[in-house]
Design a protein around this ligand. Structure first.
Ligand code: MG
Length: 452
């Protein structure tokens, strides 16, 4: 069984994600690292965070690794720290998953997410159960570093036009969902001269008000507060703050595909170079790349694929249409706080965020999921049917069909027995039509695959 999903090892606490699993995964990492080097270990605000963090610390020390406990941290904060101060990292987080979940994710020495090959090697060691346990006098050294979030914030401030942002005295309403971003985003914005109003900014692993996933329907209080207070913008994180979603000054949720595209447009105005995004992202990115006369690279879904491609092609920007934006001059991973502050940098010239959102090409997007009993066979049949349509097909991840006036993407989920169907076109009606075509294709294929 594959241990690692799209984003580390995830599951329900004390059912799948247990202290034993945490100890042995950390021992696997220590074995993989040849019992040499320093690993930074931190967690988000989930209730089980401390339990799992101390189990991984114990496992890592038993293999002779030096451990730095970095406490409660957003994922991008520990990633930044690992890049500068450690040889690897472990973060205990289940990102946007519901309350009962937690997860264990490895960070490579350069601060990026662990490579898929690295994860496979760790998996082999884990299943073989042969760990490099050191003798008593060689068990690892342990220390704390309470300054990790401070270090991270200082570096974000140094990466943006802080003076321009400060001069505007922005009013921003922040909903960090009681997640790890509660320890960073409100403080970061204050340091940048903003008037900050907070909702759910107390770290609390019971997530008393909303799930860690910042969906529009979970952010009704935030949208109301932005409107009532006349704020310039609202911002919300997922549980580990590698993503951010924004609310405009009228209390309207900004489509995360629009956020991605408006950031790409801004970056390309100042720094020409390739950009990278997964095949599930909007055509807006392709239009912007065309206007700027630069190359756009489409990758498989998953931020690690985007980040690795960005390194390979020396991209100036990349990201996903879910609020996960990557700024390579800062670091090669999704960073919610950095994305939020970069938007303020754009707004510093006097624009309103609603105008900024309108400045990118308009498209309509739809996304849904269908359960599948036989994913591989169904995908094979969908592929055959799609190839017969006479349109351009992309098989980077699942099957993307480029119609003349829009596209449909059908791809298997990395973690569940479902197929995801995406559609995009210039009008709402056409998007719905394309979505229906995609769904019909899946249903027909599913019937055939079950009969076979
Ligand atoms: Mg996340």
């Amino acid at each position: 069984m594959a241990l690692f999903g799209t984003n580390g090892v995830r599951g329900i606490v004390n059912e799948y994600i247990t202290p034993e699993l945490a100890v042995n995964l950390a021992r696997s990492l220590g074995t993989y690292m040849g019992s040499k080097g320093t690993v930074a270990i931190g967690c988000d605000t989930r209730i089980s965070g401390q339990m799992l963090k101390f189990a991984t610390i114990s496992g890592a020390l038993s293999t002779g690794l030096t451990v730095i406990d970095v406490g409660t941290v957003p994922t991008p904060s520990i990633q930044y720290y690992v890049r500068d101060h450690a040889d690897a990292g472990i973060v205990i987080t289940a990102s946007h998953n519901p309350r009962q979940y937690n997860g264990i994710k490895f960070i490579a020495g350069d601060g990026s997410e662990f490579s898929r090959d690295g994860e496979k090697d760790i998996e082999k060691i884990y299943y073989a159960g042969k760990y490099s346990i050191v003798s008593w006098e060689k068990t690892g050294n342990f220390s704390n570093d309470p300054g990790v979030n401070e270090y991270y914030l200082k570096n974000i401030i140094n990466s943006v036009n802080a003076e321009a942002i400060r001069s505007r005295r922005f009013k921003v309403v922040v909903d960090t969902g009681c997640g790890a971003g509660s320890l960073t985003l409100p403080f970061l914005l204050s340091k940048l001269g903003c008037q900050v109003l907070t909702l759910e900014a107390q770290p609390d692993g019971t997530f008393p008000w909303r799930n860690p996933e910042p969906l529009p329907e979970a952010l009704t209080e935030l949208t109301k507060l932005v409107k009532i207070t006349g704020a310039d913008m609202g911002a919300a994180h997922d549980g580990d703050a590698d993503r951010v979603v924004l609310i405009d000054e009228n209390g309207k949720f900004i489509n995360a595909e629009v956020l991605l595209a408006m950031m790409a447009k801004y970056i390309l105005e100042h720094d020409k170079g390739p950009i990278v995004t997964p095949v599930s992202s909007s055509q807006r990115m392709a239009d912007i790349a065309k206007d700027a006369d630069i190359k756009l690279y489409w990758t498989a879904v998953g931020s690690i694929n985007v980040a690795r491609k960005m390194m390979e092609v020396n991209a100036v920007f990349g990201g996903e249409g879910n609020g996960g934006l990557i700024f390579p001059k800062h670091q090669y991973c999704r960073d919610g706080a950095m994305a939020c502050v970069m938007v303020l940098e754009i707004l510093a010239n006097g624009k309103k965020i609603s105008d900024l959102a309108k400045s990118v090409p308009e498209y309509f997007n739809a996304k849904t999921k269908v359960p599948s009993k036989n994913i591989q066979a169904t995908m094979e049949i969908v592929k055959q049917e799609a190839s017969g349509l006479g349109f351009k097909i992309d098989t980077t991840d699942g099957i993307k069909i480029w119609y003349e006036d829009g596209w449909v993407l059908i791809r298997p989920s990395g973690t569940e027995p479902i197929l995801r169907v995406f559609a995009e076109a210039k009008t709402q009606d056409r998007t719905e039509e394309l979505m229906q075509e995609g769904l019909n294709m899946v249903k027909r294929a599913e019937k055939v695959s079950i009969c076979e």
